[in-house]
Design a protein. Sequence first.
Length: 253
Amino acid sequence: MKKGQHKIKVFLSSVMFFICTLVASFGVIYGVRYIGSNMSPKEVPINKVETKENKVSLTFDIAGGSSNIYDILDILDKYNVKASFFLVGNWIDNNEEIVKEIKERGHDIGNHSNSHANMTELNKKDMEQEIVTTSKKIESITGEKTTMYRPPFGEFDKNSFEVCQELGYKAVKWDLDSQDWKEIGVNHVVENVLKNTKSGTIILFHGDINYNEQYLNLIIKKLKEEYDLVPLSDLIYDDGYEIDSNGVQKLKG
């Protein structure tokens, strides 16, 4: 191979490596992961909303303990913010009063499966059972059906999306992972959220995490200077929308 040709080959290889690294990094940062490559834009969950309004949503996945859920609710009340809580059925079994409290304080309640299993490892019948079981638990406590579903670990594939559609659920993930689950300090969470929030962002938080009170106070206070913090029911579109391959929900036309 001639020297010039070798240089061109090395250059092209470097460019391809950079592109692949950039794409992989995007998926890690934003928590967007789909199992398999056969999912069309119509079969991806909502990760973000395209909106001209300065609105964002705070969402909480609740699957473990419950010691700080009232603290989270009190902080939200303090700033007059409504959020969305995705609950696991097994957690609901031991925390019915908290479920009532979440509802009474005006927050959205979504379905987060019954056992927090990785849905992509289940057959469609078991997937349906996971969702339906939790749906019945929530309805028996709140008197209302849930309309939103978030998969454990954010794992989604074609089958799990089809089950959601068949059951009448909107599949909702997030485009900004607060990374509070890493529990490496308040500053990390605050800086990550404030740096990456944009209009239409859906932010993922968790319950039963250290430093909730500190980082939520700082984040909410700062975000409210620029954005309206609304529950998902006030952010996502009910109809007349499309979802692109990145999970961005947009109004048609």
